[in-house]
Design a binder for this molecule. Structure first.
Ligand code: NAG
Ligand code: NAG
Ligand code: NAG
Ligand code: NAG
Ligand code: NAG
Ligand code: NAG
Length: 683
């Protein structure tokens, strides 16, 4: 290793920039190793005594930058087009050492940045130390980068976890390609694994005249391939309008990866000088394998090393075991296919990081994740006390897991698919399909969300949820009572289909077998009055909740709202009362959500749904329709019985008083009354 940092003529020139830089080939940097290099380093960045540039040193949530200390002039006032950014060319050799040989770490990037402030506020992890959440996508960031990205982030529209991207002011790449190169001899594409711990040579060229970026890569030692990996039109004129810093950025998230740059050259207005491979410093050994030389020279040293290695491995193994420890028991064997390993879920959710948190509620937190084996997007729900109402925890857990496995077999296009589970001490993790458009609750009640759902969308969601409930009640092999039908448990997939979610709470209702159950689970406003005395969920209690849901989605109001009373106090107002009141006045459709486009609202459909909602909210369970009847009414195959508001006035004035009293008891007797679905997704 001959480790020398050569600045050639550039150093002197840089001390007095502008005009000299403007004149051609003199403006060059070359570092065959970084020993003694004059670079600005921050974060985890450092130069080792061997001359390796370390961008991140193995700490988590850390960023590191290394860049030329003074900004370079990216404009040439003497050029035919002085407003255009100058051409430049750079070559570098890097290596990524992930924490695990087979698991993505985070990546690194070469950048050209007009302003250092952007780098200082940039975030680690997926932001690669280039941008912050606030800057991302903002054209005032004035940063250009070529990212060597080793993680998949759907929100940045990454193609996979091993790609090269050209970024302008945003981590959503202008163009991206799988990491690799085209073999000069055969023309075939060959994959390169960025996290392989092997040195990779990269060439980036910007042609200012043609406003085009070209990226080429190859394993170190392979000559620059003729066919570039990536070529894309990018005009840097409005990105760097004067001078700019050039260098490297890297970041770690939850994994302890290390990023090295071994050599770097840069030139304005001409090709970057070639790196001298024989002078580059060597990388740290890439594996724990003891060298055979050690054995030959000194056996005692070798055995000591072996003992240390074994001890170290055992220590790592024990630590790893406790970090990823799970509870597995023999009785779980039949449920094998539904069982996820904690390690997989840990990595999928990037260590259950706050960034991945989708929501939190009474039953636990929900994280978004990507399973690395299949690339499937999932929502992972962490439930801290899985079976709180079972007398024997062991029995309860067994029943619960059996139920999860059995519910995992439910398949319906309007159900959120439950993919499986994982058990830890005191913790249960449920894995569901990820729903990109979040919960219906947010769309209905979060005014900061954009346009409100229109009526055809709402009706489509209603029909979907109705068919899912019918499937659970009648069409599956057993009767499944959902127990917690409500807007926040209805999730929207990418096509805006409503999908009923959160079976974490649903218990199988096995014709009487469950009759002793006296615990009420549910949400105020959706709880059928008879739950107050029977405590036993039935399909009819689901229908009651569905009725409340119908009124909620149509009116855009919650089933129970606090209302300021004339006499100063506040009062609970039942949405059903409002609807009945307007119906009595002959204007039932006046209660619809005012945010809906009135043109799309078919008054007949709206009135059918509202009346059906009231019918389902019948205080007496035998007065409610079954889900099969509900679906028939919605499809127009059966005409809704001719009801008059007077029939409902009867309830509201007499029986409802009783119902409300019972509802009140439920509300105070169960702390679980106000569940919050965590499965809500989307940002
Ligand atoms: C990495 O660098 C940071 C900042 O210099 C330091 O605090 C941290 O201890 C280092 N981590 C390791 C693993 O060397
Ligand atoms: C490093 O470069 C900067 C800017 O080019 C210069 O001001 C500084 O004197 C240099 N430092 C050394 C030690 O050469
Ligand atoms: C973009 O950044 C500039 C400067 O930091 C700021 O003034 C502006 O409001 C930002 N624009 C957006 C859309 O965030
Ligand atoms: C290259 O990688 C891609 C994606 O990982 C894979 O589909 C393809 O089969 C690989 N090709 C070769 C030649 O290994
Ligand atoms: C590369 O460096 C080696 C060792 O310093 C030297 O002998 C060789 O001439 C250099 N090659 C080039 C092309 O400069
Ligand atoms: C979410 O719904 C909107 C319509 O409101 C749709 O345009 C969009 O594609 C959906 N989002 C996703 C991620 O599919």
């Amino acid at each position: 290793m001959s480790l020398q940092a050569l600045h050639l003529a550039s150093l002197l020139l840089l001390l007095s920039p502008d005009c000299r830089w403007a004149h051609a080939a003199a403006g060059q940097l070359i570092y065959n190793g970084f020993k003694g290099a004059n670079l600005t380093l921050d974060g985890g960045a450092a130069v080792t005594p061997d001359g390796l540039l370390v961008l991140t040193n193995g700490s988590i949530q850390m960023k590191g930058h290394a860049f030329h200390p003074s900004p370079l002039p990216f404009r040439d006032p003497g050029a035919p087009n002085p407003a255009a950014a100058r051409s430049f060319s750079t070559a570098f050799v890097f290596a990524v050492f992930g924490q695990y040989a087979d698991l993505s770490a985070d990546g690194l990037a070469f950048f050209v940045a007009a302003d250092r402030a952007v780098l200082s506020t940039a975030l680690p992890g997926k932001f690669l130390g280039l941008l912050s959440d606030a800057d991302n996508g903002n054209r005032s960031a004035h940063i250009f980068a070529v990212e060597l990205d080793t993680l998949f982030h759907a929100e940045f529209r990454d193609p996979n976890s091993n790609h090269v991207g050209v970024d302008v002011d945003s981590l959503v790449s202008r163009a991206a390609a799988d990491a690799g190169y085209y073999d000069d001899a055969t023309g075939e594409f060959r994959n390169l694994t960025l996290i392989s711990r092997k040195p990779i040579h990269v060439w980036v060229d910007y042609d200012g005249g043609a406003a085009r970026v070209t990226v080429t890569m190859a394993p170190l030692g392979v000559p620059r391939p003729k066919r570039p990996l990536l070529q894309t039109a990018v005009d840097l004129s409005d990105v760097v309008s004067g001078t700019a810093y050039v260098g490297f950025s890297s970041a770690t998230g939850v994994l302890r990866s290390r990023h090295f740059v071994v050599g770097w050259s840069f030139a304005m207005d001409g090709p970057a000088p070639a790196l001298n491979i024989s002078e580059l410093p060597s990388l740290p050994p890439s594996g724990p394998k003891p060298r055979s030389k050690v054995l030959e020279i000194a056996l005692p040293v070798a055995s000591a090393a072996l003992v240390l290695a074994v001890g170290g491995a055992a220590y790592t193994w024990v630590r790893r075991r406790s970090k990823y420890a799970e509870v597995r028991e023999d009785w779980e064997l039949p449920f094998g296919p539904h069982r996820f390993s904690y390690e997989d879920l840990f990595h999928a959710t990037r260590g259950f990081s706050g960034e991945q948190l989708l929501g939190a509620g009474g039953f636990g937190s929900v994280y978004r994740g990507v399973l690395r084996k299949t690339g499937t997007e999932v929502a992972v729900k962490k439930v801290s006390s899985p079976a709180p109402h079972e007398p024997s925890k062991q029995q309860g857990m067994r029943a619960f897991v059996a139920e999860v496995a059995s519910l995992g077999r439910l398949r319906h296009r309007n159900l959120v698919q439950l993919l499986g589970y994982c058990r830890r001490r005191g913790e249960l993790l449920l894995v569901y399909n990820y729903m990109p458009n979040g919960s219906l609750d947010k769309h209905l009640h979060d005014r900061s969300k954009g346009a409100a759902l229109n009526w055809p969308q709402r009706l489509h969601i209603i029909r979907g949820v109705a068919s899912a409930l019918l499937y659970l009640h009648e069409d599956w092999e057993r009767v499944v009572v959902h127990r917690d039908v409500k807007a926040s448990n209805v999730l929207l997939d990418s096509e805006m289909n409503g999908r009923l979610g959160d079976f974490g709470l649903a218990r199988l209702y096995d014709h009487g077998a469950d009759a002793h159950t006296t615990h009420v689970v549910g949400t105020i406003g959706y709880l059928a009055p008879e739950l107050g005395h029977t405590g036993k969920p039935t399909p009819a209690t689901d229908v009651f909740a569905f009725g409340a849901f119908l009124l909620e989605i149509t009116c855009g109001r919650r089933p129970v709202e606090e209302d300021d009373h004339q006499d100063g106090g506040s009062n609970r107002v039942m949405l059903a009362d409002r609807v009945v009141e307007q119906w009595r006045k002959g204007s039932i459709t006046s209660v619809v959500d005012a945010r809906m486009d009135p043109d799309g609202c078919d008054p007949e459909e709206v009135s059918l749904v509202l009346k059906l909602g009231l019918l389902c909210s019948h205080p007496l369970s035998h007065g409610r329709p079954t889900m099969r009847q509900v679906v028939q009414y919605l499809d127009g195959n059966t005409v809704l019985p001719d009801l008059s508001p007077a029939a409902y006035l009867g309830f509201t004035e007499m029986e409802e008083r009783m119902c409300r009293r019972e509802l009140g008891q439920i509300a105070t007797s169960t702390s679980m009354g106000t569940t919050v679905s965590g499965l809500s997704g989307g940002r």
